[in-house]
Structure formats: C-alpha cells, structure tokens
Design a protein around this ligand. Structure first.
Ligand code: PMP
Length: 443
C-alpha cells in the first residue's frame, strides 16, 4: 500500500455500522486541512458549501488541483479521479487543447456584450452532430436548459403540464430522485421509468393538460439506469399522436456517441437539452431541436419569444465549446464508450466471482454500483443497508486512492486509460474480498 493511502481498518467485517465508523475515523485522521476548511466554511456557507451533492459526512475532501485524470487534495493526497466532475470533466483537468482555447479567449478580452464568431461556430458544431437538433440556444447550466425547454414546450403546445419519471434528475429545480427536492412550481405528473403501458395510460388520461414529456435516455443521478429502446420509441409514438413535445435530457448521456443516445437508439426527440462537458468544463447548458419549434426565438420575425441571459454566450464557454466539439469527435466518443463497457463488464465479472450482492449498471463511460442482485430497470428506494454499503464503498475507494461521486457513480474522462481501469478494478476486487460478509446479504 502506498504511504498516501488511509490506514487499513481493523476488524473489517464486524458490522456495517462499525465498518463505516472505522472508515470515517481513518478518513478524518488523514485530512486535517479539509476538516479545518469545512469548519471555517460553515460560518458563511450553510452546510459548508454551495453545491449540495458535494457534501458528505464527516466532512468532504477539499481538492487543491488536478492534472489529467488525477486530483490532489489540500492535505497532499493524490487520487485517480473517476468522478469526472459528474460527467462535466470529460477532458480531464489539464487538457492542452481546452487550456489553449480558454487562454486565447481570455487574451481577447471578456464581457463583450456582443455576438461573436465562436457562438455561431459552437452552434454549428453541435447542430451538425445531434440528429434531432437543427437549431440551438445556449444557457448557463443544464437546469436552466431544461426549464427553458419546458417553457418552450408550453408555449408551443399551449399546455403547461409535464410528464417526468421517478428517479429522473433534470437539475436542482427539477429533481425526481429520492431526497428533499425544491422544485419549480410546474404541474408535473410522474411515471415509472421503462413502463411504457403505464406511461401511455397517464398521457392519455392527461392529454388535455400535458404538453411535454421529459426523460433522460439513461437516468444518471437516478443510478445509471438505461432506458429500453422500445420504451423510448413508444414514447416517441405516443407523444406524436397526442401532440406533445418529447424532450430528451442528454445533459449527461450526450457523451455516449457523437450524437448522444438519440443517435445510438435512432429515436429522435422534438427537443434535446445538453450541458456538462459540452463547453470543455466551462459553465454551459443548451436546448435545441426542430427548427419549426426553435423558430419561436427567431427575432428576425415578429413576435419572437425572448430568451436573454448575461452569460449565455460568455466568451469562455463559447471558446471551450468549440474546442470541445472539435476534439471529442465520433472516434473519441466511440472509444470512450467501448472503454466504459469493458470496464463495467469486468467489474460485474468480479462481483459474480465473489458472489456478492453488488452490480454495476450503466452505459459506456458512466457506471453506478448497486448493492442488490437481479435486473434493475428503474429506481427503487434504497434500503438503509444499501445506503450504508454505498457509503462504505465510497470511503474504501477513497482509501485506495480512487475518487468517485459520493453515490458511487464513476464517469470516465478521456485521460483514463487501461492502467487506470485496472487500478479501479483491483480496488473493487479488494472491496469484494475484504467486505464479502457485509455485502452478501445486502438486499
Ligand atoms: N440534467 C441532467 C441529466 C443532469 O445530470 C444534470 C446535472 N447533474 C442536470 C440536468 C443539471 O445540470 P446543471 O447542474 O448544469 O444545472
């Protein structure tokens, strides 16, 4: 074990509670600077941060910097970064092409309050690769993109109701995963993911009021649960029949091919929302789709809708976006997808070999551990034991030098290579072996 790693906990398989307590203690002992920063931040930031999903007990690790697919914390420990900024960090932390584009943009001057070359170039690059996007508008975040797409759908259909799915996450104001949501006051009807018959019935029942169906073609925050192709094509059919707009939230999933999951499945929504990695790591969101729908914003005609936003076309995001779209071409997207598929099947083979109640779901470069056996086609509330095991998994991975999202999700970035995947697989193997007694009876 490297001297950087946490001290291995003794008496590993006693009880889950004891194992987590031990993991917390080992974690806290090695991170005095993170602990201090957290305590100081509590005075002016409720909970010590400004991004809720980065909080975890006893206190979150504060990072000082990153290079390639590694991050270094403020106590000097370096980790393999498989969190990948929740998919936004596709290019890693120091991609020369992205850095050059951003430096060049800064050198030209910021805050120009004007349209610019990169804005139109970025839009052409995005429209060229996503089959369902003829025209696009940029925003600052995925949340904003989804709110605007829903507002556009209401304007287009004259119906303000929205159908979304349990386990869906479309931003901090459109949260349908477990937990305390603080949602926008929209009339939302919830359906079960991958339940076509149930969803069709709900849409028929509310056909007078629902104008939009919004769906992640693979639920990300909800647990990396892919939509079945028939489910997506069934939604395409019923929404067309009932005059509703189908919105694919591809904020996360657009990385799975150059043209997102809409391309992979051959199912084309009316509107698509994007974000995360799209601008090379700069703040971004986007919504786009059929020219006939997007024409509502066309100010060269009379009566256009207004969509303003000071930073919609900020020069850093536009420059980062052009560089990102040029670099992340179809070959790069396909190679990343293949790497993720092979990692996930390798991890699942490890779980099977150890006969543990653990599996990894997902598609391509996004994967999520679930402490249960059997097929997972929709989000189910996790038991306290599953939650505990996920927590233990997170801390054990940190202790072996692998940083994941707190919920366990991994999102591979482009600098991640074979050796990094093998390192993660070895850490999972060690977890399965050393925690076997705790994992076997998880569900
Ligand atoms: N949609 C999906 C599918 C997401 O995963 C997220 C962010 N995790 C969002 C929307 C919101 O994006 P942002 O955080 O940029 O507001």
């Amino acid at each position: 074990m490297s001297p950087l790693l946490d001290a291995a906990a003794d008496g590993r398989n006693s009880t889950l509670e004891a194992a987590i307590a031990e993991a917390h203690a080992g974690y806290a002992a090695m991170r005095p600077r993170s602990a201090q920063l957290h305590t100081e931040a509590l005075a002016t930031l409720p909970g010590g941060n400004t991004r809720s999903n980065l909080f975890y007990r006893p206190f979150p690790t504060a990072m000082a910097g990153g290079e390639g697919c590694h991050v270094t914390d403020v106590d000097g420990r370096t980790y393999l970064d498989l969190c990948g900024e929740y998919t936004a960090g596709l290019f890693g932390h120091s991609c020369p092409g992205i850095q050059a584009a951003l430096h060049a943009a800064i050198d030209q001057g910021i805050g120009l309050a004007a349209v610019g070359e990169n804005e139109a170039r970025f839009s052409r690059l995005v429209c060229a690769r996503f089959p369902a996007i003829d025209q696009i508008r940029f925003t600052n975040s995925g949340t904003e993109a989804n709110l605007l797409a829903l507002a556009l759908a209401r304007n287009h259909t004259g119906r303000g109701g929205v159908l979304a799915f349990r386990g869906g996450y479309h931003g901090s104001l459109l949260t349908f995963v477990a937990g305390a949501a603080m949602n926008a006051p929209l009339p939302v009807t919830l359906a079960d993911y991958n339940d076509l018959a149930g969803t069709v019935a709900l849409l028929h029942e509310h056909r007078e009021t629902i104008g939009a169906v919004i769906i992640e073609p693979m639920q990300g925050s909800g647990g990396c649960i892919p939509a079945q192709r028939d489910f997506l094509s069934g939604l395409r059919q019923v929404t067309s029949d009932l005059g509703m707009l189908l919105i694919f939230d591809e904020v996360m999933t657009s990385r799975h091919t150059a043209g997102g999951l809409q391309q992979l499945h051959g199912v084309l929504p009316d509107l698509t929302t994007l974000g995360k990695y799209l601008a090379g790591g700069m703040g971004i969101g986007a919504f786009g789709g059929k020219a006939s729908v997007m024409a509502a914003f066309d100010a060269t005609r009379g009566g256009a809708l207004t969509h303003s936003g000071t930073f919609n076309n900020n020069v850093l995001s536009m420059a980062g976006g052009v560089a990102a779209m040029e670099m992340f071409d179809a070959a790069a997207a396909d190679a990343l997808f293949a790497r993720g598929e092979s990692l996930r099947s390798g991890l699942n083979a490890i779980c099977a070999r150890h006969s543990v109640a653990l599996q990894f779901t997902g598609l391509g470069s996004m994967l999520q551990p679930h402490f249960r056996t059997g097929p997972i086609i929709r989000a189910v509330p996790a038991s306290a034991r599953e939650d505990g095991l996920r927590e233990l998994f997170f801390f054990d991975m940190l202790a072996s030098g692998v940083a994941l999202a707190r919920r366990g999700m991994a999102a591979l970035s482009l600098p991640v290579g074979d050796a990094h995947c093998q390192r993660f697989a070895a850490a999972v193997e060690e977890f399965c072996a050393s925690r076997a007694a705790l994992i076997q009876d998880a569900a």
